[in-house]
Ligand binder design. Structure first.
Ligand SMILES: C[S@@+](CC[C@H](N)C(=O)[O-])C[C@H]1O[C@@H](n2cnc3c(N)ncnc32)[C@H](O)[C@@H]1O
Length: 456
């Protein structure tokens, strides 16, 4: 195996390319070469001496090993670059799996190690980059040609490309609004052409980081992290998620430390506003969903008051993910038809509304159950000590721990199991609805933990 293939994109326009063989693969190859503008000579038979004379490129897809060896020898003599289909050691070049979106082509090669893997990855990329990326690449190309012709500086060009890439142009093209996308591109281009372009206002995106497992980020959150200039992240956001940030993204740990809460929040808001005003794409990355016990609403208010454009990318909340990862459905036909999400963190220790809620819904999901003893005591008094409950800590990470016990003894059980934050408490009959019949087995949990650990 030659691991040192050098990838190139060949201009085959009007080049003589020879395809050998009377196979479906040979037909496919000659079709591909013709699409690339090559002058294709497709000989529907095995190699015969002289076939490769004057060829620029050749493919033997004949399935005839003896003839292929002869073709190989002639290619060496005639200095023709030959590909013998599926016989890597006889190839001067190998064809990558290709994602084609108009002028945009993404080639995937495993250096011949696994055509299956190349195809599988191509299919994944195809799902990520829809057909709209063809016209989008053309928009980018026209903008580049015009800005270069107009002598616009490299820096201004770069800023314009970045703005177009981050704009809604791709979604407009996906929805068929080609004219809107073109108008948007033109507006961005005109901004770059002005003699002293004003620094365009940036934007803040409040994005949900999910409960821990990087696979639980939405595609929108992943894309914005890759593009961001600066990411202000919560302390709870782990390294696996932060690795999804682009190589030039500046990371700011905006984790609030106890005792400095309100001051820190003002500082974070001020820093985000300043970054957006300097033209940055700012991502405020919050654990779970930004609008569930995440102060996302307050930050949005502050940003709007400052005139900074702000939008939200919802996230998978721990309120749903923690029970789900423990095999607890928060509703279940015949068992629970209502669920409430509450915080166990009550300033001044007021848990009265929690009691009232516990009596009116079937399932309670309690985030931030810091004083578990007090919460469980109050709920025991209202619901009886036997109501099933579970505490799930570090859900969806390799350290996930699930402790199930009646609410009357959950605090002691959690202590004994050394449950560490962050953790979520679930109270209701749903807790045992699946575990009673096997549910998520210890083996399943072990497999899940190993899979997460292997992903790093
Ligand atoms: C400040 S709240 C933020 C909630 C977040 N906005 C969300 O939607 O998940 C933090 C609480 O979320 C819960 N939490 C966050 N991540 C968790 C995880 N991986 N496992 C269990 N609970 C988690 C804990 O109750 C933690 O105290």
């Amino acid at each position: 195996m030659n691991a040192a293939y050098y990838p190139v994109v060949l201009d085959l326009h009007e080049r003589r390319c020879v395809v050998l063989g009377d196979t479906a693969l040979a037909d496919e190859k000659s079709g591909g070469l013709r699409t690339a503008g090559a002058t294709v000579v497709h000989l529907h038979r095995s190699f015969q001496p002289g076939d490769l004379t004057g060829a620029y490129l050749a493919i033997d897809a004949s399935d005839d090993p003896e003839a292929q060896r002869a073709a190989r020898a002639e290619a060496d003599r005639e200095r023709v670059l030959l590909n013998v289909a599926d016989v890597t050691h006889q190839c001067d070049w190998i064809a990558p799996a290709l994602v084609k979106r108009g002028p945009l082509q993404i080639a995937v090669s495993t250096s011949g190690e696994s055509p299956f893997l190349a195809r599988a990855l191509r299919e994944r990329i195809e799902m990520l980059l829809g057909e709209e990326w063809g016209p989008f690449t053309q928009l980018m190309g026209s903008m580049r040609r015009r800005l270069r012709r107009a002598g616009v500086s490299g820096d201004s060009q770069l800023r314009a490309y970045r703005r177009l890439l981050r704009s809604r142009a791709t979604s407009m093209l996906r929805d068929g609004s080609d004219a809107d996308a073109a108008a948007l591109a033109l507006a961005i281009e005109q901004g770059a052409r002005t003699v002293e372009p004003a620094v365009p206002m940036g934007e803040v995106v409040l994005a949900g980081a999910g409960p821990g497992d990087p696979d639980l980020l939405t595609m929108g959150a992943r894309a914005i992290l890759a593009d961001a200039d600066v990411v202000f992240h919560d302390a709870l956001v782990g390294p696996g998620v932060l690795r999804l940030c682009g190589p030039r993204t500046r990371l700011v740990d905006a984790g609030k430390r106890s005792g400095r809460r309100s001051k820190r929040q003002e500082d974070i808001n001020a820093a985000m506003i300043a970054a957006a005003r300097s033209g940055d794409l700012v991502v405020r990355l919050k654990g779970g969903d930004p609008f569930l016990f995440g102060r996302g609403g307050e930050e949005m208010e502050a940003l709007r008051r400052a005139g900074v454009p702000v939008r939200v990318i919802p996230g998978v909340s721990a309120a749903l993910a923690a029970p789900a990862a423990a095999g607890i459905p928060v509703t279940h036909r015949g068992v629970a038809a209502s669920v409430a999400f509450v915080t166990g963190h009550r300033v001044g220790g007021d848990l009265n509304s929690l009691e009232a809620l516990a009596q009116s819904v079937d399932t309670l999901v309690i985030l931030m159950p810091a004083d578990l003893e007090a919460i469980a005591g109050r709920l025991s008094a209202v619901l009886g000590p036997d109501r099933p409950s579970a505490i799930i800590s570090q859900a969806t990470t390799a350290d996930q721990l699930v402790v199930r016990a009646p609410i009357g003894s959950i605090a002691a059980a959690a202590r004994a199991a050394r449950v560490a934050p962050p953790s979520t408490l679930v109270v209701g009959d749903v807790v045992n609805v699946l575990s009673d019949i096997g549910g998520v087995s210890a083996a399943d949990r072990q497999m899940f933990a190993e899979a997460v650990a292997a992903r790093g």
